[in-house]
Design a protein around this ligand. Structure first.
Ligand SMILES: Cc1cc2nc3c(=O)[nH]c(=O)nc-3n(C[C@H](O)[C@H](O)[C@H](O)COP(=O)(O)O)c2cc1C
Length: 204
């Protein structure tokens, strides 16, 4: 029989800094996830509160928060600009863990976006030009045609499309969840309190 007091939450109990705990869980996920350990659900909402959610890849975590890149003219881009608040959710099946993050959104400075764009593989850069993300597309042929067109237009270095951008979510709340036996999961929520964090255990 499983021990009801199994110490699955010990890492959370000991943690004072949610960023350090997040880094540790991400490192664990990188060792065991089948693919894309940095995939996260990104929830946005229109100014009148209609939500939408999709997966994006986390590209950096630093003092500013959680950064990701996308087409600024996409549905998510429009929602983030009109209502700059968002939520993220990571689910690492191999670790039976979830992390939820909520906070304010700002757009990354162009220097950061350029630096990241320059490091992307050539065909990903071409794809950024070819795709009018979230807008209607008549056929797959049209997408392929646009791809060839931009390959020809940019035989060498590829500039960043003006609409291709990055956003950073500055967390106000970060919640860590670790599955436990009999649904007696461990949950800890960190809430920003000025320059530090408060921490609270929650019922599962
Ligand atoms: C594993 C995975 C990773 C993805 N990463 C990104 C990403 O980093 N940026 C992005 O714009 N879309 C990414 N997508 C595609 C988005 O989920 C979504 O289809 C697209 O951004 C359009 O969303 P929108 O119409 O709500 O703006 C990813 C999808 C998956 C399944």
């Amino acid at each position: 029989m499983s021990d009801l007091n199994e110490r699955t939450g010990v890492q959370m109990e000991d943690a004072a800094d949610p960023f350090a705990l997040f880094d540790r869980w991400m490192a664990d996920a990188k060792l065991s996830e089948l693919n894309d350990p940095n995939a996260m659900s990104l929830a946005t909402a229109t100014p009148d509160g209609i939500p939408s959610v999709r997966i994006v890849l986390l590209k950096r975590v630093d003092d500013r928060g959680f950064s990701f890149y996308t087409n600024g003219e996409s549905r998510k881009g429009g929602e983030l600009r009109a209502n700059p608040r968002a939520a993220l959710c990571f689910h690492w099946k191999s670790r039976q863990r979830q992390v939820r993050v909520e906070g304010a959104i700002t757009e990354l400075p162009p220097e950061d976006v350029n630096q990241y764009f320059t490091r992307r593989p050539r065909m990903s850069q071409i794809g950024a030009w070819a795709s009018q993300q979230s807008r209607p597309l008549a056929s797959r042929e049209e997408l392929i045609e646009r791809t060839h067109q931009y390959e020809a237009e940019f035989p060498e270095a590829i500039p960043r499309p003006p609409y291709w951008t990055g956003f950073v979510l500055k967390p106000s709340r970060i919640e860590f969840w670790q599955e436990g036996a009999y649904r007696l999961h461990d949950r800890f929520i960190f809430a920003r309190a000025g320059d530090s964090w408060s921490k609270q255990r929650l019922f599962p």
